[in-house]
Design a protein around this ligand. Structure first.
Ligand SMILES: Nc1ncnc2c1ncn2[C@@H]1O[C@H](COP(=O)(O)OP(=O)(O)O)[C@@H](O)[C@H]1O
Ligand SMILES: O=P(O)(O)OC[C@H](O)CO
Length: 499
């Protein structure tokens, strides 16, 4: 009998549930948006109950749409927006306050404190991360410091911390498990990626009680069973990974040197570096790709905070497009950006700049600048930021990039991918399946439940849709890129740190 896998992709802007067949084809897909809460400039919050309700509803919808019997679904795989921090009451299962989203800058001052105390390097040695408000650690601290009652309940063991994977596992299992996987743990800035355990040293440094943390589980293996009240049967949850690591897996980048870039709210370029956690010398992150059957593999990561979200801002903030898709037509209506450069540092800058206080900058505007030039500059900014991290990755790994595999919500935009090939100077390759994040989660779950035999089996599913070749010469490319670097300089350190 054919087997199917249900993947839950809980992203920053939406939850998707996708059922895959054994060839890796989509049988059904349901998607609904996640409400964003912006209480103050630079803050980004979400409601954890809402995240669960939306995820539950798309899961039910995808199963219904597929017309499959529930017994045909061999496993559930989970993948999630990473770092987003949730604290909940173990007894009631209710979240304590809003979830603090990975993009939120509300804890920048707590990170400044780590730097002021001269501890940044130590954090990096232990966790592989450049200290930043992006990661969960200072978000947890912020929640504990906001309210003495929250701190008291946490100390007493009443509260549980989790990233979105833990929250979904808790909810799916009916409150039976409090776990996280290696890939998500490695994004908390509390996990020792060398020793593969929570760091007592960093927990003590931030005064975070260890017992609020989840236990660890493999990325592939039976983790728990979905409560039968949810889909009518106890389906095994057999795969879980942070969305960027899941995309690396879905793109079948199983060997050292293989890399992908995912274009969603932000963009995340990851390269498999094998079994040694080599530390970056060029301000990239070292992160856990996955841990399966006791074997942990690592990746280098360039995290770009705002790419698709900049297109979202053109839509919701400026109102110059009605849908994100419209950006392609608007940007195509001009041959270049007319000298306009947009540094979309809307929530600071991630790799390789790590400037919490950079802010968005549009520069080079003249009397002839139009909305179309700004739209084109936005797509170019996505490509320039990718070049920034790809250059760092080549410098770190010593491996030359011959092509870039891409995926994510924004890669249906052909113009974006052409601009990307032009700015990088290497071909950009889009696979036929662009829901690679969900596919990666399905693969992890399906490998543990005999839907697929091994990684070789998965490699056979990957097919190229289109290859975008560079179409500008090296002089044009370098001239554009050096102007981008000047624009970034103007955006850096704009906001004043608060004490
Ligand atoms: N055609 C397009 N061109 C450029 N950006 C797009 C396009 N379609 C969607 N996007 C952007 O992609 C993002 C959604 O991608 P998705 O992978 O679903 O994100 P996430 O997983 O971060 O929620 C949004 O920020 C949206 O503005
Ligand atoms: O939900 P996405 O696709 O924007 O991914 C967010 C990343 O996991 C943040 O680290």
């Amino acid at each position: 009998m054919s087997k199917y896998v249900l993947a839950l992709d809980q992203g920053t802007t939406s939850s998707r549930a996708i059922i895959f067949d054994q060839e890796g084809n989509i049988v059904s897909l349901a998607q609904r948006p996640i409400d964003q809460i912006y209480p103050h400039p630079g803050w980004v919050n979400q409601d954890a109950e809402h995240i669960w309700e939306v995820t539950l509803s798309v899961m039910k919808e995808a199963v219904q749409q597929s017309q499959l019997g529930i017994s045909q679904i061999a496993a559930i795989g989970i993948t999630n927006q990473r770092e987003t921090t949730i604290l909940w009451d173990r007894a009631t299962g209710k979240p304590v306050g809003p979830a603090i989203v990975w993009q939120s800058r509300q804890t920048s001052h707590l990170v400044d404190d780590i730097f002021r105390r001269g501890k940044a390097e130590r954090y990096q040695q232990i966790t592989g991360l450049v200290p930043d408000a992006y990661f969960s650690a200072t978000k947890i601290l912020w929640m504990l410091e906001q309210d003495p009652e929250v701190r008291r309940r946490a100390e007493q063991g009443d509260l549980a911390f989790g990233t979105v994977d833990s929250w979904l596992l808790w909810k799916l299992s009916g409150g039976k498990v409090h776990l996280t996987d290696y890939s998500n743990a490695s994004r908390t800035m509390l996990f020792d990626i060398n020793e593969l355990e929570w760091s007592d040293e960093l927990l003590a440094d931030l005064n975070i009680p260890k017992h609020i943390l989840p236990g660890l589980c493999d990325n592939s293996g039976i983790i728990c069973h979905a409560d039968s009240s949810i889909l009518g049967a106890e389906i095994p949850v057999a795969g879980v990974a942070g969305d960027q690591q899941a995309a690396l897996f879905g793109q079948t980048c199983f060997s050292p040197g293989e890399a992908k870039n995912t274009y969603g709210t932000g963009s995340f370029c990851l390269m498999n570096i094998g079994e040694k956690p080599t530390h970056s010398k060029h301000k990239l992150l070292t992160t856990i790709a996955w841990g399966i059957n006791g074997k942990v593999e690592y990746a280098l990561e360039g995290s770009i905070f705002v790419t698709g979200a900049a297109v979202g801002w053109l839509r919701d903030g400026l109102g110059i497009i009605k849908t994100s898709e419209e950006v392609e037509q608007l940007a195509s209506s001009v041959k270049d950006s007319g000298g306009v450069f947009f540094v979309p540092a809307l929530v600071g800058l991630g790799a390789p700049y790590w400037d919490q206080y950079a802010r968005g900058t549009i520069i080079g505007i003249t009397r002839s600048t139009t909305a179309a030039h700004i739209a084109r500059a936005t797509l170019e900014a996505i490509a320039f930021q990718t070049r920034d991290v790809v250059e760092a990755m080549i410098a770190d790994s010593g491996i030359d990039l011959h092509e870039l595999r891409v995926d994510g919500g924004a890669v249906k935009n052909d113009l974006l991918l052409q601009i990307q090939a032009d700015i990088l100077g290497v071909p950009v390759v889009r696979p036929t399946m662009t829901e690679v994040t969900a596919l990666g989660a399905a693969y992890l779950a399906g490998l543990a439940t005999d839907v697929w035999a091994d990684q070789q089996d998965l490699k056979a599913h990957w097919k190229e849709d289109r290859r975008f070749e560079p179409s500008i010469n090296a002089d044009q490319r370098e001239s554009l890129y050096s102007t981008w670097k000047r624009a970034v300089e103007r955006a850096c350190r704009w906001e004043k740190p608060t004490e």
